[in-house]
Ligand binder design. Structure first.
Ligand SMILES: CCCCCCCCCC(=O)SCCNC(=O)CCNC(=O)[C@H](O)C(C)(C)COP(=O)(O)OP(=O)(O)OC[C@H]1O[C@@H](n2cnc3c(N)ncnc32)[C@H](O)[C@@H]1OP(=O)(O)O
Length: 216
């Protein structure tokens, strides 16, 4: 199992920590619903103003105590890497889908996903930067699964067809080769029938000082 630094398991507090993570994930999910509701709302202006005031009050409650340090990747109870605040996989991050990445026995990675209305770029379709962000993360995960965790050096994206939101899609990626600290990875987002919508190649660099599990 690989994971990036993170908490050393503390059995005494593990239950509380898991309950807190679950609560944060629920908050993240509710906020995703809120974001889509904001993007799509057609309520009258006075209702918009009233809701805005309530949201300002809720924002103030969450602001009363804020963490100041970044979170680390950590292994969850199931051994799967997680990073609650991450923009792609973070259960507690409303910006994240969140993407749930699975590793295959062949050391490739896959994720079933569906974009949301809040990911819109061209009217009716997903923003190209959002697709690139998903592929960046998935390719990085594939590099890590192959034993070469790293930071993105370059990412090349080819947009073959517009990407719909609100429909099931499949993202996959695999390591192609490594030379020293450099690792090349390929991936794509496709329709369930295999039609490729977006494909990417990436070069990931393992910074000197990182081990096969990431930063040390
Ligand atoms: C399970 C967990 C899954 C996690 C997935 C996470 C995926 C998330 C991916 C990201 O979003 S990472 C964030 C975006 N990327 C960055 O912020 C990277 C910023 N850049 C850096 O930190 C450094 O520039 C970098 C680590 C990429 C390289 O720094 P180094 O000091 O290690 O590189 P160095 O100068 O020693 O060069 C080593 C080799 O890599 C090459 N190289 C370095 N940077 C490169 C680059 N950007 N593009 C192409 N090649 C590059 C360089 O030419 C050289 O090649 P040679 O060995 O052949 O001479």
């Amino acid at each position: 199992m690989f994971y990036y630094g993170g908490m050393t398991p503390d059995l005494a507090s593990a239950g509380n920590a898991e309950a807190r993570q679950a609560a944060l994930a629920t908050l993240g999910g509710q906020t995703r619903e809120l974001i889509d509701a904001v993007v799509l709302t057609d309520v009258p202006e006075d209702e918009i103003t009233a809701v805005t005031a309530e949201l300002a009050a809720l924002t103030g409650r969450l602001r009363t105590l804020q963490r100041t340090a970044p979170q680390s990747f950590e292994a969850g109870p199931d051994g799967v890497p997680r990073h609650p605040g991450n923009a792609v996989i973070g259960s507690a991050n409303p910006h994240a889908l969140p993407l749930i990445v699975e590793s295959t026995p062949e050391r490739t990675v896959r994720a079933e996903l569906a974009f949301r209305p809040s990911h819109e770029g061209p009217p009716g379709w997903v923003h190209g930067g959002v697709s690139a962000m998903i592929l960046d993360h998935l390719l990085g995960h594939a590099a890590a699964v192959a034993g070469s965790p790293g930071m993105t050096g370059t990412l090349s994206v080819r947009y073959r067809r517009p990407v719909p939101y609100g429909e099931p899609l499949l993202a996959t990626a695999e390591h192609t080769r490594s030379e020293g600290r450099k690792t090349w990875v390929e991936g794509r987002i496709a329709l369930p029938d295999g039609t490729v919508l977006v494909e990417a190649t990436g070069l990931f660099i393992t910074p000197s000082g990182w081990g096969r599990s990431g930063p040390e």
